[in-house]
Design a binder for this molecule. Structure first.
Ligand code: 0WD
Length: 257
């Protein structure tokens, strides 16, 4: 009873084996799906190759370059899929970036450059990626974007990234409306803090993980596999009636005052 049997999912944002995106890719495979991965830069490609070497059939996975700021790479990703005869049933957007100095200081000091960069990489990229991949998506497919509670509430130090995530979540709703005609669903998954490279870039992240787990409904630290299991559920036909939605995967932290 695999949830994604026969479905092909493109997963972005694997920086290393601790990335949320890798946990999602593994869960897709477990649920009987196929994966295509994208990487940004040679270090990530090396990391991805090493991870794939450890799994059965890993050698045959397509791994393509994608810097979301590069229109040409978006176009060539689509033509590579075409050449390979791949039609996608799902896309996972697991990409975010902000300059470290914007996460250290006060939000009021956000620079124009830092603001625009965070928006471009963390929010507009979902629009650009969706548009670029639409010709290679099957009707009835699904898009999932990773977000965080710092969009809805002030989370100290999340700053410019909170504003970018608010834009991302709004883009999810507008995309859901536009793509509904093709029964392509678009949802966001708001994960609680989990220890990854991006997480660690936020000042005081280790303490935050601990405090959040103490203040959640379920008082345990969130794991990436718990996040990944919800992501594959959102990609699966079980969620065919759900689009434009935001789901908190945070052990109930968001529900507490
Ligand atoms: O606690 C956490 N870790 C949470 C993460 C809680 C809630 C949400 N999230 C979100 C993040 O904001 C992000 O959207 O989940 C997503 C994945 O985050 P992650 O797994 O924590 O982070 P990481 O393993 O660092 O992957 C993010 C990746 C980048 O990695 P690095 O570390 O090299 O910045 O985003 C990708 C890149 O792979 N990325 C890009 N990809 C394509 N083009 C670009 C770009 N221009 N910039 C960053």
């Amino acid at each position: 009873n695999q949830m994604l049997k026969g479905r092909h999912i493109l997963v972005t944002g694997i920086a290393n084996r601790w990335s949320i995106a890798w946990a999602v890719a593994e869960a897709v495979l477990r649920e009987g799906g196929k994966i295509t991965l994208t990487y940004q830069g040679e270090t990530q490609l090396g990391n991805i190759r090493k991870i794939l070497a450890d799994i059965p059939g890993g050698d045959s996975v397509l791994v393509e370059p994608l810097d979301v700021c590069d229109e040409e790479q978006l176009t060539s990703l689509c033509s590579t899929l075409e050449k390979a005869g791949i039609f996608l049933d799902g896309v996972v957007h697991s990409i975010a970036f902000a300059l470290r100095e914007e996460l250290d200081g006060h939000f009021v000091d956000t620079s124009r450059k830092g603001y625009l960069l965070a928006q471009e990489i963390s929010a507009f990229s979902l629009v650009a990626l969706s548009k670029a991949l639409l010709p290679r998506m099957n009707d009835g497919g699904a898009i999932v974007a990773m977000t965080y509670l710092g969009s809805e509430r002030v989370v100290p130090h999340y700053n410019v990234m909170g504003v970018a995530k608010a834009a991302l979540e709004s883009a999810v709703r507008y995309l859901a409306y536009d793509l509904g005609g093709r029964k392509i669903r678009v949802n966001s998954l708001s994960a609680g803090p989990v220890k990854t490279a991006s997480g660690r870039a936020i000042k005081g992240f280790g303490d935050m993980v601990k405090t959040v787990s103490e203040q959640s409904a379920i008082k345990e630290q969130l794991t990436v596999s718990e996040v990944a299991d919800v992501a594959v559920s959102l990609l699966s036909p079980y969620f065919r009636g759900v689009t434009g939605e935001l789901i908190h995967v945070d052990k109930g932290y968001h529900a507490l005052g």
